[in-house]
Every structure is written in structure tokens, then in C-alpha cells.
Design a protein around this ligand. Structure first.
Ligand SMILES: [Zn+2]
Length: 95
């Protein structure tokens, strides 16, 4: 699992909908990748805020922002050579 795979599972992870096998991989990745560890930490705090305010729904805007931030960092580090082509996949437009 790399950062892209991890981010694809992030919403499932927070929803508790994740497959146990994947959960092991997610936790493994978290143990080795500081970027994603920070993302999870930030996301958890953000979710707490949302939960306090209204019915919780994982916001697309947040997911896109997190994804962009991690991709940016991973590219800078150069640790994941496949990030460049994956990052060029179409993403939701900002309104
Ligand atoms: Zn990562």
C-alpha cells in the first residue's frame, strides 16, 4: 500500500466500513508513513468538529484537499515514483 492506496481507503477507514485485511494494510502504512499519519490525525480532529456541528458526512472538499496535500508532500520527498502519473488522474473541480 502506498499513499494513493491509503487515501482511497481513508473514508472507509473513518466510517469503520473497511475490510479487516485492508485495515491491517492501512495500519501498516500509517506506521511507516508520517505524511499519512498526519493526515489521519488532522482528519480525525476535523471530523470531531463536524460531528459537533451537524450530522456527520465525510466532506468531498476535505478529502480532495487532503489528497492534494499528501500528493504534494510525497512528490517533494520523491519517495513514491508512481505518484506523478496517478496524480494526473481527473479530480473533482472546485466550484
Ligand atoms: Zn502515506
Amino acid at each position: 500500500m502506498n499513499c494513493t492506496d491509503f487515501l482511497a481507503k481513508l473514508t472507509d477507514y473513518f466510517d469503520g466500513q473497511i475490510d479487516p485485511t485492508l485495515l491491517v494494510e492501512v495500519k501498516e502504512h500509517l506506521g511507516t508513513c508520517h505524511h499519512c499519519e498526519v493526515v489521519v490525525d488532522t482528519t480525525r480532529k476535523t471530523i470531531d468538529v463536524y460531528r459537533g456541528a451537524q450530522t456527520y458526512e465525510f466532506p468531498d472538499e476535505l478529502a480532495n484537499r487532503l489528497r492534494a496535500a499528501v500528493m504534494d508532500r510525497c512528490k517533494t520527498v520523491g519517495k513514491y515514483p508512481d505518484v506523478e502519473k496517478r496524480a494526473s488522474e481527473p479530480v473533482a473541480k472546485h466550484s
